[in-house]
Design a protein around this ligand. Structure first.
Ligand SMILES: [Zn+2]
Length: 121
């Protein structure tokens, strides 16, 4: 499938998830990075990890495709860390793991966790 399909699926998921990451639940930015940064009083650089990406729930190498059913909107941080693992956990296992860390206030940089502590989706 084409990149356009991925982008379309990602954008739909972003809308369905109210702009929040599938894993950590934090708000993400899709296009207007500067506006997002100023809304949350962070610098554009600080919000890099919160960029919205199209996350393959079933990885491509395991046969997952770019259909809407397989694409969730996830922040860059969650997306990268999942696939950086040697044996990436399933999407549902990873979500549990991430949310456990989020509850402890330990997932994103501290300045992000502090800023979003009260407004998790
Ligand atoms: Zn996330």
């Amino acid at each position: 499938m084409s990149k356009n399909t991925l982008v379309r699926s990602r954008n739909r998921s972003y809308a369905c998830q109210d702009g929040c990451c599938f894993y950590c639940g934090l708000p993400m930015w899709l296009e207007d990075r500067v506006k997002f940064a100023s809304t949350f009083q962070l610098t554009p650089r600080q919000i890099n990890p919160l960029q919205c990406t199209g996350e393959h729930l079933i990885a491509r190498r395991d046969g997952g495709d770019e259909s809407e059913a397989n694409i969730a909107a996830a922040c860059l941080h969650c997306n990268r860390l999942r696939h950086a693992r040697k044996n990436p956990p399933s999407a549902s296992d990873y979500k549990l793991l991430v949310q456990k860390q989020v509850r402890k206030g330990r997932w994103h940089h501290q300045f992000i966790m502090e800023r979003f502590a009260k407004i998790l989706c």
